[in-house]
Design a binder for this molecule. Structure first.
Ligand SMILES: [Zn+2]
Length: 278
Protein backbone atom coordinates (compact mmCIF):
# COMPACT_ATOMS: atom_id res chain seq x y z
CA UNK A 1 0.00 0.00 0.00
CA UNK A 2 1.45 3.34 -0.95
CA UNK A 3 -0.74 5.07 1.60
CA UNK A 4 -2.99 4.20 4.52
CA UNK A 5 -6.66 5.09 4.08
CA UNK A 6 -7.96 7.41 6.82
CA UNK A 7 -11.72 7.95 7.00
CA UNK A 8 -12.20 11.50 8.19
CA UNK A 9 -14.72 14.31 7.81
CA UNK A 10 -14.81 17.60 9.74
CA UNK A 11 -18.41 16.61 10.49
CA UNK A 12 -17.16 13.99 12.96
CA UNK A 13 -15.63 16.72 15.14
CA UNK A 14 -17.47 18.47 17.96
CA UNK A 15 -16.34 20.82 20.71
CA UNK A 16 -18.32 20.09 23.88
CA UNK A 17 -17.16 21.76 27.07
CA UNK A 18 -15.24 18.73 28.34
CA UNK A 19 -11.92 17.73 29.90
CA UNK A 20 -11.48 15.17 27.16
CA UNK A 21 -9.67 16.15 23.95
CA UNK A 22 -11.26 13.17 22.17
CA UNK A 23 -14.07 14.94 20.24
CA UNK A 24 -11.54 17.35 18.68
CA UNK A 25 -8.76 14.81 18.23
CA UNK A 26 -9.75 13.57 14.73
CA UNK A 27 -9.11 17.04 13.28
CA UNK A 28 -5.83 17.54 15.15
CA UNK A 29 -4.42 14.14 14.35
CA UNK A 30 -5.30 14.30 10.65
CA UNK A 31 -3.77 17.82 10.41
CA UNK A 32 -0.64 16.54 12.15
CA UNK A 33 -0.29 13.56 9.78
CA UNK A 34 -0.78 15.75 6.70
CA UNK A 35 1.64 18.39 8.05
CA UNK A 36 4.27 15.66 8.62
CA UNK A 37 3.57 14.37 5.11
CA UNK A 38 2.80 10.88 6.39
CA UNK A 39 1.64 8.45 3.69
CA UNK A 40 -2.08 8.80 4.41
CA UNK A 41 -5.03 9.19 2.08
CA UNK A 42 -7.94 11.04 3.68
CA UNK A 43 -11.33 9.78 2.48
CA UNK A 44 -14.79 11.11 3.37
CA UNK A 45 -16.70 8.50 5.39
CA UNK A 46 -20.37 7.61 4.92
CA UNK A 47 -22.40 8.51 8.04
CA UNK A 48 -24.32 5.67 9.69
CA UNK A 49 -28.11 5.73 9.80
CA UNK A 50 -30.32 5.78 12.88
CA UNK A 51 -31.29 2.16 12.13
CA UNK A 52 -27.66 1.04 11.94
CA UNK A 53 -26.99 2.62 15.36
CA UNK A 54 -30.11 0.86 16.66
CA UNK A 55 -28.56 -2.51 15.78
CA UNK A 56 -26.23 -1.95 18.76
CA UNK A 57 -28.31 0.27 21.05
CA UNK A 58 -31.86 0.40 22.37
CA UNK A 59 -33.97 2.34 19.82
CA UNK A 60 -35.38 4.69 22.48
CA UNK A 61 -31.83 5.48 23.62
CA UNK A 62 -30.74 6.16 20.02
CA UNK A 63 -33.67 8.52 19.40
CA UNK A 64 -33.22 10.25 22.78
CA UNK A 65 -29.55 10.95 22.05
CA UNK A 66 -30.07 12.08 18.45
CA UNK A 67 -32.88 14.44 19.52
CA UNK A 68 -30.76 15.74 22.47
CA UNK A 69 -33.38 14.69 25.03
CA UNK A 70 -30.95 12.33 26.75
CA UNK A 71 -27.51 13.26 28.07
CA UNK A 72 -24.59 12.20 25.89
CA UNK A 73 -21.23 10.79 27.04
CA UNK A 74 -20.05 14.31 27.86
CA UNK A 75 -22.95 14.71 30.29
CA UNK A 76 -24.56 17.35 28.09
CA UNK A 77 -27.19 17.66 25.41
CA UNK A 78 -25.19 19.58 22.83
CA UNK A 79 -26.72 19.50 19.36
CA UNK A 80 -23.31 19.50 17.70
CA UNK A 81 -22.33 16.36 19.61
CA UNK A 82 -25.52 14.62 18.47
CA UNK A 83 -24.86 15.69 14.89
CA UNK A 84 -21.27 14.40 14.98
CA UNK A 85 -22.20 10.90 16.20
CA UNK A 86 -23.41 9.37 12.88
CA UNK A 87 -20.10 10.59 11.42
CA UNK A 88 -17.83 9.16 14.14
CA UNK A 89 -19.57 5.78 13.85
CA UNK A 90 -19.59 6.24 10.07
CA UNK A 91 -15.84 6.86 10.05
CA UNK A 92 -15.29 3.55 11.82
CA UNK A 93 -17.74 1.60 9.66
CA UNK A 94 -16.30 3.07 6.46
CA UNK A 95 -12.75 2.22 7.56
CA UNK A 96 -13.87 -1.31 8.49
CA UNK A 97 -15.37 -1.75 5.01
CA UNK A 98 -12.12 -0.51 3.46
CA UNK A 99 -10.01 -2.98 5.49
CA UNK A 100 -12.29 -5.84 4.38
CA UNK A 101 -12.02 -4.66 0.80
CA UNK A 102 -8.25 -4.20 0.63
CA UNK A 103 -7.64 -7.20 2.89
CA UNK A 104 -5.02 -5.33 4.89
CA UNK A 105 -5.76 -2.25 6.98
CA UNK A 106 -7.59 1.09 7.30
CA UNK A 107 -7.73 3.80 9.95
CA UNK A 108 -10.58 5.65 11.62
CA UNK A 109 -9.32 8.65 13.63
CA UNK A 110 -11.98 8.20 16.28
CA UNK A 111 -12.33 7.73 20.03
CA UNK A 112 -15.13 7.46 22.55
CA UNK A 113 -16.81 4.17 21.74
CA UNK A 114 -16.16 1.42 24.25
CA UNK A 115 -17.94 2.71 27.40
CA UNK A 116 -21.22 3.22 25.52
CA UNK A 117 -23.63 0.46 26.52
CA UNK A 118 -26.97 -0.79 25.26
CA UNK A 119 -28.84 2.26 26.59
CA UNK A 120 -26.22 4.24 28.48
CA UNK A 121 -23.60 6.90 27.77
CA UNK A 122 -20.55 7.03 29.97
CA UNK A 123 -16.94 8.24 30.05
CA UNK A 124 -17.00 10.40 26.89
CA UNK A 125 -18.70 7.58 24.95
CA UNK A 126 -22.24 7.91 23.57
CA UNK A 127 -22.62 5.37 20.78
CA UNK A 128 -20.42 2.29 20.51
CA UNK A 129 -19.00 2.61 17.01
CA UNK A 130 -17.22 -0.73 17.35
CA UNK A 131 -20.48 -2.53 17.92
CA UNK A 132 -22.43 -0.49 15.35
CA UNK A 133 -19.85 -1.47 12.72
CA UNK A 134 -19.68 -5.13 13.78
CA UNK A 135 -23.46 -5.54 13.82
CA UNK A 136 -23.95 -3.69 10.53
CA UNK A 137 -21.33 -5.77 8.69
CA UNK A 138 -22.67 -8.98 10.22
CA UNK A 139 -26.25 -8.11 9.21
CA UNK A 140 -25.04 -7.49 5.66
CA UNK A 141 -23.28 -10.87 5.62
CA UNK A 142 -19.90 -9.18 5.13
CA UNK A 143 -18.40 -10.85 8.21
CA UNK A 144 -19.13 -14.04 10.10
CA UNK A 145 -16.81 -13.48 13.07
CA UNK A 146 -15.29 -10.23 14.38
CA UNK A 147 -12.41 -9.71 16.81
CA UNK A 148 -12.04 -6.68 19.05
CA UNK A 149 -8.61 -6.06 20.55
CA UNK A 150 -9.19 -3.12 22.87
CA UNK A 151 -5.81 -1.72 23.89
CA UNK A 152 -7.23 1.41 25.47
CA UNK A 153 -6.13 1.70 29.10
CA UNK A 154 -9.67 1.15 30.34
CA UNK A 155 -11.99 -1.82 30.24
CA UNK A 156 -14.49 -1.82 27.36
CA UNK A 157 -17.47 -2.26 29.65
CA UNK A 158 -20.00 -0.91 27.15
CA UNK A 159 -18.76 -3.29 24.46
CA UNK A 160 -18.92 -6.21 26.90
CA UNK A 161 -22.45 -5.27 27.98
CA UNK A 162 -23.77 -5.16 24.41
CA UNK A 163 -22.07 -8.47 23.52
CA UNK A 164 -23.52 -10.16 26.63
CA UNK A 165 -27.03 -8.74 26.37
CA UNK A 166 -27.37 -9.60 22.67
CA UNK A 167 -25.50 -12.91 23.11
CA UNK A 168 -23.12 -12.14 20.25
CA UNK A 169 -21.04 -15.31 20.37
CA UNK A 170 -19.50 -14.44 16.98
CA UNK A 171 -17.57 -11.53 18.52
CA UNK A 172 -14.32 -12.20 20.39
CA UNK A 173 -13.51 -9.26 22.69
CA UNK A 174 -10.20 -8.81 24.53
CA UNK A 175 -9.99 -5.84 26.90
CA UNK A 176 -8.04 -5.67 30.14
CA UNK A 177 -6.73 -2.94 32.43
CA UNK A 178 -3.07 -3.02 33.47
CA UNK A 179 -1.63 -0.47 35.86
CA UNK A 180 1.83 -1.68 36.86
CA UNK A 181 4.78 -0.94 34.54
CA UNK A 182 6.11 -4.36 35.61
CA UNK A 183 3.26 -5.85 33.55
CA UNK A 184 4.47 -4.15 30.36
CA UNK A 185 6.97 -6.69 29.07
CA UNK A 186 4.85 -9.75 30.00
CA UNK A 187 1.92 -8.06 28.20
CA UNK A 188 4.02 -7.48 25.08
CA UNK A 189 5.28 -11.07 25.22
CA UNK A 190 1.66 -12.35 25.31
CA UNK A 191 0.42 -9.95 22.63
CA UNK A 192 1.33 -12.04 19.54
CA UNK A 193 -0.68 -14.92 21.01
CA UNK A 194 -3.62 -12.60 21.69
CA UNK A 195 -3.62 -11.46 18.04
CA UNK A 196 -3.35 -15.07 16.86
CA UNK A 197 -6.38 -15.98 18.98
CA UNK A 198 -8.43 -14.00 16.41
CA UNK A 199 -7.48 -16.47 13.65
CA UNK A 200 -11.09 -17.47 12.97
CA UNK A 201 -12.22 -13.83 12.59
CA UNK A 202 -12.84 -12.05 9.29
CA UNK A 203 -11.89 -8.64 10.69
CA UNK A 204 -9.93 -7.32 13.68
CA UNK A 205 -10.97 -4.04 15.31
CA UNK A 206 -7.95 -2.62 17.09
CA UNK A 207 -8.34 0.21 19.61
CA UNK A 208 -4.80 1.64 19.66
CA UNK A 209 -5.32 3.73 22.80
CA UNK A 210 -2.73 6.32 23.84
CA UNK A 211 -3.85 6.34 27.48
CA UNK A 212 -1.90 3.21 28.48
CA UNK A 213 1.13 5.56 28.50
CA UNK A 214 2.90 5.74 31.87
CA UNK A 215 2.59 9.54 31.94
CA UNK A 216 -1.12 9.61 31.12
CA UNK A 217 -3.24 11.04 33.96
CA UNK A 218 -5.81 8.28 33.37
CA UNK A 219 -3.15 5.64 32.49
CA UNK A 220 -0.91 3.76 32.25
CA UNK A 221 1.86 1.18 32.16
CA UNK A 222 3.67 1.44 28.82
CA UNK A 223 6.50 3.75 27.75
CA UNK A 224 6.43 5.49 24.37
CA UNK A 225 8.77 2.80 23.01
CA UNK A 226 6.61 -0.01 24.41
CA UNK A 227 3.45 1.52 22.89
CA UNK A 228 5.20 1.63 19.53
CA UNK A 229 6.23 -2.02 19.96
CA UNK A 230 2.61 -2.90 20.85
CA UNK A 231 1.41 -1.40 17.57
CA UNK A 232 4.17 -3.06 15.57
CA UNK A 233 3.27 -6.48 17.04
CA UNK A 234 -0.44 -6.11 16.31
CA UNK A 235 0.05 -4.99 12.72
CA UNK A 236 2.80 -7.44 11.77
CA UNK A 237 1.16 -10.51 13.35
CA UNK A 238 -2.27 -9.66 11.86
CA UNK A 239 -0.69 -9.14 8.46
CA UNK A 240 1.14 -12.49 8.65
CA UNK A 241 -2.22 -14.10 9.44
CA UNK A 242 -3.98 -12.36 6.55
CA UNK A 243 -6.38 -10.80 9.07
CA UNK A 244 -7.66 -7.36 7.98
CA UNK A 245 -7.37 -4.66 10.66
CA UNK A 246 -9.42 -1.53 11.22
CA UNK A 247 -7.86 0.64 13.91
CA UNK A 248 -8.76 3.80 15.76
CA UNK A 249 -7.29 6.18 18.32
CA UNK A 250 -9.29 5.57 21.51
CA UNK A 251 -8.18 7.43 24.67
CA UNK A 252 -5.25 9.69 25.53
CA UNK A 253 -5.29 12.50 28.08
CA UNK A 254 -1.74 13.82 28.49
CA UNK A 255 -1.22 17.56 28.34
CA UNK A 256 -0.30 19.26 26.19
CA UNK A 257 -2.35 17.20 23.74
CA UNK A 258 0.64 17.10 21.41
CA UNK A 259 2.01 14.31 23.62
CA UNK A 260 -1.09 12.27 22.73
CA UNK A 261 -0.81 13.11 19.04
CA UNK A 262 2.80 11.89 19.02
CA UNK A 263 1.63 8.46 20.24
CA UNK A 264 -1.07 8.27 17.55
CA UNK A 265 1.53 9.31 14.96
CA UNK A 266 3.74 6.43 16.12
CA UNK A 267 0.79 4.08 15.55
CA UNK A 268 0.40 5.37 11.99
CA UNK A 269 4.15 4.95 11.41
CA UNK A 270 3.98 1.36 12.69
CA UNK A 271 1.00 0.76 10.41
CA UNK A 272 2.83 2.02 7.35
CA UNK A 273 5.99 0.12 8.30
CA UNK A 274 3.93 -3.11 8.37
CA UNK A 275 1.81 -2.56 5.25
CA UNK A 276 3.68 0.04 3.18
CA UNK A 277 5.59 -2.52 1.15
CA UNK A 278 2.50 -4.46 0.02
ZN1 LIG B 1 -9.35 5.02 28.13
Amino acid sequence: MRSIEVYYSPKQVSCPDSDSPSPRKPEWVVKEWLYRKLPVRVIEPVPVTRDQIALAHHPRYVDGILSCELMNGFRGRQKEVAQSLPWTCGSFLSAARAALENGLVACSPTSGFHHAGLKSAYGYCTFNGLMVAALTLHAEGRVRRVGILDCDQHYGDGTAEIIASKQLDWIRHISKEYVDPDEAEPFLARLPGMVRSFADCDLLMYQAGADPHVDDPLGGFLTTEQLARRDQIVFTVAKEMGLPVVWNLAGGYQEPVYEVLKIHTNTMLACFAAYGSD
